[in-house]
Design a protein around this ligand. Structure first.
Ligand code: C2E
Ligand code: MG
Ligand code: MG
Length: 686
């Protein structure tokens, strides 16, 4: 029962309808009952008044009959009572309660009329009973009791019943309309709110909001506004979450500095592209790009400059490669490009790469401005193709890296395609790097000296040449290990050791009484030369050794002119002002222009041995050698010919004006001890 009364299992709409109907029905019933009792009381009062009047009119007749008992009076009274249609029954009694006269229209004429109090109506069954006191000259002489029919009352009752029967449907209809109206006020806004919220949560479009009339001051509008505020907050939070999610993804897949793909994204793309290329028998390439001499810029001008350049390079790469390609930065100055546009044949890929490399060279050749200074850039590129060359991203990457090293070894600023035998070379190089580190600490390095002589073989000076004798007895040529030392930066400690050792030896010879104009040449690698502190540290080593810079020649190669020429000139000037002479080694093999040559404060050119070697066979080599000698004379530079092995070479060179020679024809590089003997021993110098 209680459960039935509990309406919460119904929707608010139905609760409203039911409550309204109950209310309306209750109102109708209450009104009817109220009217009924009201009417009944009114009717009783009316009847009492009427009977009272009848009593008053007939009071003398009653008194006469009670006191005198005349039969004619009885008949007269009976007749009078009869003439009042409402009277159904009358009992007249004397003061002692003795019946005097009795009149009745009722079915049971012997009914005893008893009332509690005179002058008050009492209802018994369908009769109204009334009692009055009969007085004569102010004295009570008897009592008259009436019973009158309540027919009028019954009519009233049936009228009321009709009223109820009619008004309940009206009331219910009214209740329905009323509840509909109330629903429009309370339920419909609530339903709209629910529908909107449902829509938002189902579609998960939290950027939407509920439309609310500005002027609406209802609690529903307020609820809507609060909900909108909640949505806004939620939307903001979701956006923040989304942002941090994409940020995290960005960090996971992209290089923070350049915005290019990182190793992870590259590997994923590689797996995907390799898969397609294998399945569809189509071809692509992986390019490993390493900027040449980037480390020098980074070390000399700081990381900010390095970062600036890397960002610019990243932009340039985007110009060169297609949108379908994945351009990634692995860290440092290493960039990798995965060609995402697969070709039908490997030949097509290679052709594509050739033209891309031209474009890359052109783009990198444009000036980069780093911290206000222009910077010329070159890169070494290693390329491998797939699917023929590799089966996995790791192998592909290793191959491109190996090919890149080959490009570096081949003089940088170029590109190389991977060839299977390259791997063995790469592995050997790695081994050499490890061994070289050890060599430095294990005193495996030694300086040999090769005399530089005049055309008669008289010793004018010597070139210090590095030798690496391993403990196992094997020796490695500097032509093999110097490039590795350069690439790994090991050239810096090695180069410093060479300068220190050479100057130390020079000091010994000086003490031993070598000629005052004796010159010792020391090889300086470009990487070493470009170190910020090169001049300072060389000066320091010179001071430590106690020899004069006038006896020392620093041999540089044309490679140093690739870099910012002005700073190269400045450095050279500082060195020459200290007393050093500077010689351009292997001249003719590089690409230094005559303009540069004129600008550099050089004292000497060394004709590269490749021109000397074949000058008696190859006419063009002979011409080059002769031109270099003539050019040196023109520029007022000393000239040294290296690699002189035969007399004919010596004759040719000296005929063309070369005065200093170095080569096996005279002497091979030798240990210091041997050189000592040569200088001061029993060897007779002609
Ligand atoms: P380089 O400075 O041009 O040295 C001359 C090279 O020619 C030396 O080779 C020398 O042994 C060789 N040579 C001299 N005369 C003849 C000849 O008549 N015939 C032939 N076939 N060769 C001759 P080496 O000692 O093997 O050095 C090779 C290169 O390694 C040097 O070329 C130089 O660039 C570099 N190097 C050697 N020592 C050092 C060093 O201490 N520091 C640096 N940075 N580089 C060094
Ligand atoms: Mg040299
Ligand atoms: Mg040389």
């Amino acid at each position: 029962m209680l459960k039935l009364l509990k309406l919460s299992h119904l929707s608010v709409r139905y609760q409203f309808v039911i409550l309204m109907m109950i209310l309306a029905s209750a109102l109708v019933c209450f009104y009817s009952a109220f009217t009924y009792y009201n009417e009944k009381a009114e009717y009783a009062e009316e009847a009492a008044n009427e009977l009272k009047t009848i009593s008053q009119v007939l009071e003398n007749d009653y008194a006469a009959l009670i006191m005198m008992g005349l039969p004619s009076a009885s008949i007269e009274l009976m007749r009078k009572w009869k003439s009042f249609p409402i009277i159904q029954h009358v009992d007249l009694k004397d003061a002692n309660g003795k019946p005097i006269l009795h009149f009745s229209k009722l079915a049971d004429p012997h009914v005893d009329i008893q009332t509690d109090k005179p002058h008050q109506i009492r209802v018994v069954d369908d009769l109204f009973l009334y009692e009055d006191i009969v007085k004569f000259q102010g004295e009570k002489v008897g009592v008259v009791s009436y019973a009158i029919s309540n027919q009028k009352y019954e009519v009233l009752l049936s009228e009321l019943t009709q009223l109820i029967v009619l008004s309940i449907p009206v009331a219910l209809t009214f209740a329905i309309f009323l509840s509909l109206w109330l629903q429009s006020i309370f339920v419909f806004p609530l339903q709209r709110l629910i529908a909107t919220i449902k829509g938002i949560t189902q579609a998960q479009t939290y950027s939407k909001s509920i439309v609310i009339d500005e002027s609406d001051k209802s609690e529903f509008a307020s609820l809507g506004r609060h909900f909108n505020a909640l949505l806004e907050r939620m939307n903001k939070t979701l956006k923040e979450v989304e942002k941090s999610k994409t940020d995290a993804q960005g960090l996971a897949y992209y290089d923070e500095l350049t915005g290019l793909a990182n190793r992870r994204l590259l590997t994923e793309h590689m797996e995907y592209i390799l898969d397609i290329s294998k399945r569809e028998h189509r071809h692509g390439a992986l390019l490993f790009i390493d900027l040449d001499n980037f480390k020098t810029l980074n070390d000399s001008r700081g990381h900010a400059a390095g970062d600036d350049l890397l960002k610019q390079v990243a932009e340039s790469l985007k110009q060169v490669f297609r949108a379908a390609d994945t351009i990634a930065r692995l860290g440092g100055d290493e960039f990798v490009i995965l060609s995402g546009h697969l070709e039908d044949s490997e030949e097509d890929v290679i052709n594509q790469i050739h033209s891309l490399m031209l474009k890359l060279r052109h783009v990198l050749g444009e000036k980069f401005i780093v911290q206000g200074e222009s910077y010329h850039l070159t890169a070494s590129v290693g390329i491998t193709t797939f699917p023929s060359m590799a089966v996995s991203p790791e192998i592909l990457m290793k191959q491109a890296d190996t090919a890149m090293y080959r490009a570096k070894e081949a003089g940088r600023d170029g590109y190389r395609f991977y060839q299977p035998d390259m791997q063995a070379v790469a592995d050997a190089r790695l081994q050499m790097e490890t061994d070289l580190r050890f060599a430095l600490t294990a005193n495996e390095l030694e300086l040999f000296y090769q005399p530089q002589v005049d055309e008669f073989g008289r010793i004018l000076g010597a070139e210090a040449l590095l030798r690496w004798f391993k403990v196992d007895g094997t020796s490695i040529s500097p032509a093999d290990f110097i490039p590795v030392a350069e690439m790994t930066g090991l050239i810096l400690p090695i180069g410093e050791w060479v300068i220190k050792e050479a100057l130390g030896q020079l000091k010994k010879w000086k003490i031993a009484g070598v000629a005052s104009d004796f010159r010792l040449s020391i090889n300086i690698s470009p990487y070493q030369f470009h170190q910020e502190n090169f001049v300072e540290s060389t000066k320091h080593l010179l001071n430590e050794s106690g020899v004069s810079a006038n006896n020392v020649t620093l041999e540089v190669t044309e490679g140093i002119t690739i870099k910012d020429i002005q700073s190269t000139i400045n450095k050279m000037e500082k060195l020459t002002s200290l007393g050093f002479k500077i010689s351009m080694d292997d001249f003719g093999t590089g690409y230094s222009s005559l303009t540069y040559l004129k600008k550099l404060p050089l004292s000497e050119l060394k004709v590269d041995q490749s021109f000397v070697r074949d000058l008696h066979i190859d006419q063009s080599d002979a011409e080059i050698a002769a031109t270099i000698i003539a050019m040196a004379k023109n520029l007022n530079l000393d000239v040294v010919a290296e690699g002189v092995e035969e007399e004919s070479q010596l004759t040719f060179l000296s005929q063309h004006g070369c005065l200093v020679f170095q080569g096996y024809y005279f002497y091979k590089p030798m240990p210091a001890k041997e050189f000592d003997d040569l200088l001061f021993g029993n060897v007779i110098v002609l």
